[in-house]
Ligand binder design. Structure first.
Ligand code: VGL
Ligand code: ZN
Length: 202
């Protein structure tokens, strides 16, 4: 569906989320050709890039006694602790080399504030600090967004829920996403997205 007001938002298709990366998502690289083939169908194309300073507060390495994938309380709520990943300027933070980044209208970076994580393309994990994307889409007269990328149950889900909350019509193309799936988080994410009115398309 090509429409002036439909945006494709490509979430975090970066080396660290692909096989061999620091926070590898199973089959993460498989979404690359699928996404490349979709880009031509959208008038507005936005890519996001997880972009953490070294020592970011979401990294388990900075929390003595806490293993990666454990959960701690942060002032803004529960936070999963991750292996160090997507450190600014590192190879792991670069987009997958085969992703057609030339097609991007806008690349939005997130997670650069040391004390707060940012899964969503729209807001940091306090659900209030904006990334600026909603203003960009408003100025480009976008009313509906299609989300693809990594990972389905974290950054894609958070982006989809925020987009729905902001009033966009939201669609997630599941074949162009892959999940981390911690303790059933993929099923929880699918349910939350459906509850929020997000269309999940195979
Ligand atoms: C993501 C965990 C930590 C994601 C980013 O892109 O889904 N997940 N940082
Ligand atoms: Zn991250």
């Amino acid at each position: 569906m090509t429409a002036q007001n439909d945006a494709l938002i490509v979430i975090d298709v970066q080396n660290d989320f692909c096989p061999g990366g620091a926070l590898a998502v199973n089959g993460g690289d498989q979404v690359v050709p699928i996404i490349n083939a979709m880009l031509g169908d959208f008038a507005v194309k936005v890519f996001t890039q997880d972009w953490h300073p070294a020592g970011h507060s979401s990294f388990a390495s900075g929390h003595a006694g806490h293993d990666p994938f454990s959960v701690i309380d942060m002032p803004y709520g529960a936070q999963v602790l991750w292996p160090d990943h997507c450190v600014q300027g590192s190879t792991g933070a670069e987009f997958h080399p085969d992703l057609n980044t030339t097609a991007a209208d806008l690349i939005i970076r997130k997670g650069f504030r040391p004390q707060i994580d940012s899964y969503s393309a729209f807001f940091e994990n306090d659900h209030t600090t904006p990334t600026g994307l909603s203003g960009y889409l408003a100025e480009r007269d976008v009313q509906s967004v299609t989300l693809v990328g990594l990972a389905t149950d974290f950054c894609v889900q958070y982006s989809a829920l925020d987009a729905a909350r902001l009033g966009f019509k939201v669609r997630v193309i599941e074949r162009a996403c892959r999940a981390i799936d911690l303790d059933g988080s993929l099923e929880d994410a699918r349910e939350a997205m459906l509850d929020a009115g997000v269309v999940l398309e195979a």
